[in-house]
Design a protein around this ligand. Sequence first.
Ligand code: BGC
Length: 250
Amino acid sequence: MATHHALGIDIGGSGIKGAPVDLDKGRFAEDRLRIATPEEATPDAVCEVVGQIAEHFSVGTDVPLGITLPAVVAHGVVRSAANIDRAWIDLDADRLFSERLGRPVHLVNDADAAGVAELHYGAAKGHRGLVVLTTLGTGIGTALIMDGVLVPNTELGHLEIDGHDAESRAAESVRDREGLDWEQWAERLQVYYSHLESLLRPDLIVVGGGVSKQADRFLPLLDLRTEIVPAKLRNKAGIIGAAHLATRGN
Ligand code: BGC
């Protein structure tokens, strides 16, 4: 496979998904493979599934492999575990994965990967200035990109608002769990995004996560100074961004 291809694997709470990515086009080069995340998502169990996905595709071990985790990942080491097994904390995941898979890997935060994918191939394509991508899912993930350069691990889904961790009030999983209708959820998003824009004054906010395909139900209810748009790559963004970062670094 030519060097403008890379493999991306996105580790999520319910599924682990991977595909080879054509980095010139920002698209999957083959159909993606999804395997359910093990019930006990320990590093060993997750590594096993990642290995199955990597082996499924007939790409050489010289093809770069990027992997996302829903956690802070600094220099290959996992530093948080808001929505994943605590056994990940302080683990040198880069080393674990590269030893088990017998190839170099590049680990990144899931929202950072999605942000980079949207910047290069999606809703924020070519945008200069400050772009903030937020993913609304089990938690809230954020990616901060200034003039095309990612500032990794921003974790602004954990901003404290009125004494609460923002994601515990406004994540998509909360809408589901508390049975909020679109208006009720939008009120919570309004508080979150107003806070975010007052702190950062971004030029563009991109809203990702599975729920972004229903963006017309809640984005029009928000009143913000900042342009706010739905992500374009949706659930492909993590895989594409991981593959991109494994190859091109930013
Ligand atoms: C985690 C982030 C992650 C986000 C989305 C948050 O709970 O702290 O690292 O990006 O969820 O998965």
